[in-house]
Design a protein around this ligand. Structure first.
Ligand SMILES: [Zn+2]
Length: 82
């Protein structure tokens, strides 16, 4: 019998977070960065069994999927100007 196991991250939208309009430094697009969270799990056959560590909160660009743990408020303010 082959057993698939290991670690993987389970990601989801973060309703407690706040979306921010900003210019993404990675792709250069002006986007609404989405609040997301993720947590590592030990999995067996890709089913999350045991949580590992704490949940990580971050903002993610919807275009290039780059994650930003912290977003300087000054950059967000600059991106909102026309
Ligand atoms: Zn981007």
């Amino acid at each position: 019998m082959i057993l698939f196991f290991g670690t993987r991250e389970v990601k989801q939208d973060d309703p407690a977070g706040m979306a921010q309009l900003a210019r993404c430094p990675a792709c250069g697009q002006t986007v609404t960065l989405q609040p997301r969270s993720g947590r590592m799990y030990f999995h067996i056959f890709w089913l999350p069994i045991i949580p590992l560590g704490e949940k990580q909160h971050y903002l993610q660009c919807p275009v290039c999927r780059t994650r930003y743990a912290h977003w300087p408020q000054s950059r967000a303010t600059q991106a909102q100007r026309p």
